[in-house]
Structures are given as C-alpha cells and as structure tokens.
Ligand binder design. Structure first.
Ligand code: GTP
Length: 405
C-alpha cells in the first residue's frame, strides 16, 4: 500500500533520507498507533415516539444483540417496550481496533395522555453526563476519565404523519444545543419511494423553518475529488435517513439477509435500493464518528461548561457577599437560588457553603474561613479535626469553585 508519508520511510535508517527529512512526517503514524492501543469509545442515543423501531434499529446497526440479557426465546421477542432510559455497553473489535460502544435507549413518548415536557428526562440524562465529565475533569485524578457524553442522538420521526409533529419540534429544540441530532425517518418499508422522497423534502424544510439545529456534516475541502463531493452531496440529501430495522435473518434470492418477510415479498435492511440503513451506518461508523465526537467536545460540552462556570462564579460571589453581610450585621441571609444550575452542581456549592458555615461557627480562630489563606488550614503541620477530615473529601469541589473564580 502507498505510504501515507510519501517517499519517507520511518523504519529505514537511510542516510540520504535523513538528509532530506527530519522525520515529523511520521507524526500521524505515531498518533494512529497510540489511539489504536487506547481504543475508541462512542455513545449513541436513540429517541422519538414510541413503537417507531428504535430498539430494533440499534440492535441491527452494530451486528450485535444488545438485548441478549433479556431471557426470551428469540431475537425478535427480546425487544420489548423501553420504559426507562437504558444503557447497553458492548466492546467490539474489528481488525485489532477496539470500540467501546454505548447505546442509550430512551423510552418512546406519545403514549401518555399528557406529553408535556416528555423530553425532560432525556435532556437531563445528557446534562448529567456532561456534569459527571465536568466533575471528573475538575477533580484531582484526571487520568482515565470515563467519557459517557452522548455523541449522537438518532431522532426517529414517524412515517405516518405529514412531516414533523409539534412534539417532534419541541423535543428536538429541547435537545439541539446539547447533542448532535441526526433525524431518522422510521419504518421506511411502510412508504413507497416517491412518498419517502416527498417526506424527506418536507421534513428538511420544516427543520429549517422551525430553526432546529441538527448535526451538520462538515463541508468538504475544495481540493477533494469529484467522487467524494458527490458522495457528500448524496449524504446531505439523505437527511432524514429512511431506515428499516429487523432482528431476523431471512432468505432472499438464495442468500441469508437481515430483513422483514411480508406475504408480498422481502424487504432487506442492508439493500440500499430499499432504505438508507447502510448509508446511516457508514456515516456513523466509517466517515463521521470522529467528527460527531469533536463537535460534542468542542461545541456542546464547551457550552455546558461555560454556562456552568458562569453560574458557579455568580453563586460563589453572591455567597461571599452574603457571608460578609452575615458577619457585619449578624443576620443570616437566605441562600441565593440560581436557576439553570444542575442539581449536582448546586449540591456541590451548598456542601461548600455548609463547610464555610461550619468553619465560621468554630470558636477556635484557626478555623476562621479565609479564602486568601485557605490552603493553610490543610497544611501538613496541622492536625486535622474530624470536621476537617470530612471537609477534606471535598477537595475537588474546592478546586472547582476556585477555578471558576
Ligand atoms: P419503545 O420501546 O416504545 O420506545 O419502542 P421502539 O421505538 O424501541 O420500537 P421497537 O424497536 O420496540 O419496535 C416496535 C415494533 O415495530 C416491533 O414490533 C418491531 O418489530 C417493529 N419494527 C421495528 N422496526 C421496524 C421497521 O423498520 N418496519 C416495520 N414495519 N416495523 C418495525
């Protein structure tokens, strides 16, 4: 195969070559080896109305039975209604490359009489993963942080409606700033090719009209070849991906394929004349997995982090002012309530407040809380009291607020 670094061969100590090259052309190779050794992870979420085939599709996507722990007779029966957010993790390996794949299956909405805020639990789940990552990243041990942030959300749209339903708009708008949304036109076997085409155009128009920010495929470089540009264009035109899911293998034209058997024929999941399943899988796995992760890290997580730090800074400043006022006037002021701060973050700050309050109440002047000299209280020469030993468990929380300030 053609060497990725042109005429330079990093494993050949050839003097002529050494005169011509320093050797940094091997950097991509070094990165490659390191990342292969470390392995990759990816978290995919599925969301949408109940019964649209979310669980069935994710099970077909990675050629693995995610629901094998459910003790039922066959693969088709194993997929039952999803009633709570469930996380399945599988370690898969292909040609020595390891992928830790996490699928987050969410309960379908639309069954209840009242569907107000049906997106809330899903949005909270995504925030909790960001929060956990933020905590880990701000803690003492930042090595080997487990990244559970959701990199992509396949949002299922019903094939039976006329385009998007109000709930779809509400749901996607509640999530679009938190996660990469990839819209899916579910159960495409129930539509004719013309209907699929029309529905796709209508849904794309509505996504635009309602200002829903779905995942944008990166523009291809101008020096990219025509074939690549054509493929890229086709991919963009495929939105929403029209898919068919199945957990059973059927026989079609003498071959065993994943498909759905009807009295009038067989629909094949992996046949691109029947649906966009392969296009979707290629996009998720072969072409855009890294970009989905990059956008999650650089855009969605950064937004969350900035918002969190802003709120924490505001809270800590208010808290300091409150402490000052309390000390000066002798009256206790209520804790500030900052909307939008995640429960965990708020709890964290409240715990710190308790710590401050506790230290303030100690008659011993050693314990007087002073931000400027905070580190002195935890110096090696000082015998920690029981309360301080407890407070010691909050080390990373202190880091957090100080970083914020
Ligand atoms: P919830 O758990 O309620 O959220 O449902 P879900 O969206 O996960 O749907 P599920 O995968 O449980 O599938 C619901 C039903 O639809 C099952 O009977 C599936 O066999 C069927 N089904 C799944 N995918 C397809 C499809 O592509 N076409 C058709 N016609 N039926 C499908």
């Amino acid at each position: 195969p053609k060497s990725p670094w042109g005429r330079f061969d990093p494993y050949n100590n050839n003097e002529d070559q050494d005169k011509e090259y320093v050797g940094f052309a091997t950097l991509p190779n070094q990165v490659h080896r390191k990342s292969v050794k470390k392995g990759f992870d990816f978290t995919l979420m599925v969301a949408g109305e109940s019964g649209l085939g979310k669980s069935t599709l994710v099970n077909s996507l990675f050629l693995t039975d995610l629901y094998k722990d459910r003790k039922l007779l066959n693969a088709e029966e194993r997929i039952t209604q999803t009633v709570e957010i469930t996380k399945h993790t599988v370690d898969i390996e292909e040609k020595g490359v390891k992928l830790k794949l996490t699928i987050v299956d969410t309960p379908g909405f639309g069954d209840a009489v009242n569907n107000t805020e049906c997106w809330k639990s899903v949005a909270d789940y995504i925030d909790q993963q960001f929060e956990q990552y933020f905590r880990d990243e701000s803690g003492l041990n930042r090595k080997n942080i487990q990244d559970n942030r959701v990199h992509c959300c396949l949002y299922f749209i019903s094939p039976f409606g006329h385009g998007l339903r109000p709930l779809d708009v509400e749901f996607m708008k509640a999530l679009h700033e938190k996660v990469n949304i990839v819209p899916i036109l579910a159960k495409a076997d129930t539509l004719t090719p013309t209907e699929v085409k029309k529905k796709k155009i209508k849904i794309r128009e509505e996504i635009e009209q309602y200002g829903i920010k779905i995942y944008q495929f990166p523009d291809c470089d101008s020096d990219e070849d025509e074939d690549f540009k054509q493929q890229d264009h086709q991919l963009k035109e495929s939105i929403p991906f029209a898919v068919i899911g199945s957990n059973t293998v059927v026989e079609a034209k003498g071959k065993r394929v994943r498909g759905r058997l009807y009295p009038w024929g067989i629909v094949e999941v992996e046949n691109s004349a029947h649906c966009d399943f392969v296009k979707l899988r290629n996009m998720l796995v072969r072409t855009h997995m890294q970009d989905l992760k990059d956008v999650t890290r650089e855009t969605h997580y950064e937004n969350y982090r900035a918002h969190c730090i802003q709120n924490m800074t505001r809270m800590v400043v208010k808290e300091r002012n409150r402490n000052k006022l309390t000390r000066e006037s002798g009256t206790d002021f209520p804790l500030p309530v900052v909307p939008g701060v995640g429960d965990e973050t708020e709890k964290l700050i409240r715990e710190k407040d308790e710590e401050v309050r506790h230290a303030d109440q100690q008659p011993d002047s050693h314990h007087h809380y002073d931000h400027e000299h905070e580190s002195e209280h935890y110096s090696a020469h000082h015998e920690p009291s029981e309360s301080e030993s407890n407070a010691g468990t909050h080390t990373d929380q202190r880091d957090l607020s100080d970083e914020a300030l």
